[in-house]
Ligand binder design. Structure first.
Ligand code: FES
Length: 118
């Protein structure tokens, strides 16, 4: 497991998830009040980015077919689709760090358009 810095916490705003690509993995960040959560960005049903979905409270709704996941746990709110992964998040010196499998390097900013460095 390796920690990756994704962006400054100040880049996040409520109800506007941001997507990042870390190696082969896509990660979505969500700010809910004073808390930040991270999950897989790709829906467990098909290829849709949850960071482009609709966040209400702690629930992200997939923009394609409407699956809903709790961003705290990755649990799907219905039995229709599989759960997604949720990742540990730490805020260090104002930056969001996420713990991921392996040591994939941060390659590019995701659809959130935030310019980040490894
Ligand atoms: S792709 Fe997300 S619910 Fe179908």
């Amino acid at each position: 497991m390796t920690w990756h810095r994704l962006c400054a916490v100040a880049k996040l705003s409520d109800e506007e998830p941001l997507g990042f690509k870390v190696g082969d993995r896509r990660v979505a960040l969500y700010k809910v009040g004073d808390d930040v959560f991270a999950t897989d960005d790709v829906c467990s049903h098909a290829f849709a980015l949850l960071s482009t979905g609709f966040l209400e409270g702690h629930v992200i709704e997939c923009p394609l077919h409407g699956a809903m996941f709790d961003v705290r746990s990755g649990k799907c709110q219905s039995s229709a689709y599989r759960d997604i992964k949720a990742f540990k998040v730490e805020i260090r010196d104002g930056d969001v760090h996420v713990e991921l499998d392996g040591d994939a390097a941060l390659q590019t900013a995701g659809d959130g358009g935030v310019d980040v460095k490894p």
